[in-house]
Design a protein around this ligand. Structure first.
Ligand code: ARG
Length: 585
């Protein structure tokens, strides 16, 4: 069903301004208001007179006066004042604010636009490698990608989340070579023709085996040669190695799926590099035939440097002489396959910023080769998760931290807090600690600019105060409890009069705009920051404006309406961030 979206508060104000600009023959594209820098002067301000003055060669102050005079008759504004060189300060009328607030609360979309219009976006995130456990880098990709999937979905995009498993590379050859050394008699290696349905190792053994095999191959050229030979044989379709690969892949992917479930992360497809294995050779041949690729020192490369480049973009390595599939080549083949999905408009890759050059090369090579023409390709990179020492997070033993260990640590810290609370039954504590711990980690991953790294400090992340996930969960729990306790007073329209009420409602009505902004910038942090601001404004409102103790029935009912509106937008925002809220905490 197609639900028409209601215009947001800001776009209604911009529309009013646009009409005035039109009548005054001012450039309409300047007709924009923004939240006021000085709330004591107004709710919103329009600074367009300054730029317009330069364009039409008139003193900006005079233009500001004209704009203000035309807006003054509009009942949506209670006050319109010109300040300084020509800033127009707008105060919305209580009635207009209340009208938009009531309409937003009644709107099932809560004012979120349907700009996606059913276009398809592929979100490539998670990116775990088969045989290796998920680590902190994957955690960030999972959390950011899941949130972007939800945000774009809320805006009316059709979303397709794809984990793009790393399941076809050298690590598979390292593993089979290591397993053969320990058990050369296994059917996989003897050309038996029929193979077991289960992997020859357990998950624990696999997680021990892989780092050992990788280290051995790194240190010993003979072992590396074996690994390469196995990888080549696998990629050429050796039946025994294929059977072993399938079993190891399943073992590993099943474990990863459990981690995804733990994080409440959802994929439409767990496809991987191996799924395009048959498309790689034709793609390489085609690129060579059309002169998109050229030979260089025995390898095949695609030149992707462009005239205006400010940094060096080296050629993309398409194929080496041994014919093994390369990371960039499988990415190109995968993109080619995705381009066949009907309605595809955009592919977003949520991957560590350290791979920025890789994606630049792949996108340019795709353009040159005519792959996914007209599809927007974006790398939404992110910074590293650091330890308290500011360096990339490691375990106490110095190894790469597994995602599960990180989550466990946050849950453990959360448990310490929950155990000290008498509000929660013992039976609920474990589930609660899980929910709080995972909110803590997710919020830390999401808040702020995704390109900056952040410090993983479990103690701080699970705190109930400050800019944390649990603080936001707690805000929601508190709002629900206010509404519950007031069950005999029906919540009325969210009618805001007092400054603390108006500030809260104004921010709530920016929800739809924030969701759009987060989507355009591919920054869930925009929404996370807004959610934190809402929780703080709610706190001020709660301190300054009594709700349950308010003697006037009408005022109490309006304030309950404000609670309802705040709760609705905050709950929806947390859902878009992938954060669950407990019933009690
Ligand atoms: N498996 C890769 C890694 O761990 C990430 C994959 C990202 N996605 C992509 N299409 N290249 O680094």
């Amino acid at each position: 069903m197609y639900i028409r979206a209601m215009p947001s508060l800001m776009s209604q104000v911009d529309q009013a301004l646009a009409l005035v600009f039109q009548t005054l023959s001012l450039p309409v594209e300047l007709a924009r208001a923004e939240p006021s820098a000085r709330p004591e002067l107004g709710d919103l301000q329009c600074n367009a007179a300054l730029a317009a003055g330069r364009l039409v060669r008139k003193p900006p102050r005079a233009i500001g006066e004209e704009i203000a005079a035309s807006l003054r008759g509009d009942p949506r504004f209670a006050a319109v004042e010109v300040a300084g060189p020509g800033f127009v300060n707008l105060r919305l009328s209580d009635a207009f604010l209340a009208e938009v607030a009531a309409a937003t609360l009644a709107d099932p979309r809560l004012g979120v636009s349907d700009e996606g219009q059913g276009s398809l976006v592929v979100l490539d995130f998670g990116g775990p490698n088969v045989a290796k456990p998920l680590h902190v880098g994957h955690l960030r990709s999972l959390v950011l990608g899941e949130s972007l999937r939800r945000i774009l979905g809320a805006l009316g995009w059709r979303t397709h989340g794809d984990a793009h498993l790393g399941d076809w590379g050298l690590q598979m050859g390292m593993l089979s070579a290591a397993i053969r050394r320990e058990a050369p008699g296994l059917a996989y290696f003897t050309g038996a023709g029929s193979y077991p349905a289960e992997a020859p190792v357990t998950l624990d053994e696999l997680e021990r085996l892989y780092p050992e095999a990788a280290a051995a191959s790194r240190d010993d050229p003979a072992r590396m040669a074996e690994a390469r030979a196995d990888t080549a044989a696998l990629q050429a379709g050796d039946p025994g190695l294929m059977a072993l690969w399938r079993n190891l892949r399943k073992l590993s992917v099943d474990a990863q799926a459990r981690d995804f479930a733990l994080l409440d992360v959802h994929f439409d497809a767990l496809d991987g590099e191996s799924d395009v294995r048959d498309a790689v050779a034709p793609l390489v041949a085609d690129f060579r035939a059309r002169g998109v690729a050229r030979e260089s020192e025995g390898a095949l490369v695609v030149d992707v440097a462009l005239p205006g480049d400010t940094h060096e973009v080296p050629p993309l390595l398409l194929a080496k002489s041994d014919g093994a599939a390369l990371y960039a080549t499988t990415d190109l083949a995968t993109l080619q396959a995705r381009a066949a999905m009907p309605g595809l408009a955009k592919v977003v890759y949520v991957v560590d910023q350290r791979q920025a050059l890789h994606f630049e090369q792949v996108f340019r090579a795709a353009r040159r080769g005519g792959i996914a023409a007209g599809v927007e390709l974006v790398h939404a990179g992110f910074g590293t998760v650091n330890g308290k020492d500011g360096k990339p997070f490691k375990t106490r033993q110095g190894g790469v931290a597994r995602l599960r260990d990180l989550l466990d640590e946050a849950v453990e810290r959360a448990r310490e807090r929950v155990d000290g609370s008498d509000r929660v039954d013992a039976s609920e504590r474990e589930a609660l600690a899980r929910m709080i711990g995972s909110a803590a980690v997710k919020f830390a991953d999401l808040s702020g600019d995704r390109l900056s790294g952040y410090v993983f400090d479990a103690e701080r992340l699970v705190a109930f105060e400050g800019k944390t996930g649990p603080y936001l969960q707690y805000a929601v729990v508190r709002m629900r409890s206010v509404l519950e306790k007031a069950h005999d007073t029906p919540a009325g329209a969210p009618y805001a009069v007092q400054p603390a009420e108006r500030e809260l409602v104004l921010a709530c009505l920016a929800f739809g705009d924030k969701v759009s902004e987060a989507a355009h910038l591919l920054q869930p942090g925009v929404l996370a920051g807004w959610a934190y601001d809402i929780a703080q404004r709610f706190s001020r409102f709660y301190d300054r404006c009594p709700i349950l103790r308010e003697p006037d029935d009408a005022v109490r009912s309006h304030r309950l309406g404000i609670c309802q509106l705040t709760l609705a937008v905050l709950e929806r925002a947390l859902d878009l961030l992938g954060i669950d809220v407990p019933t009690r905490m």
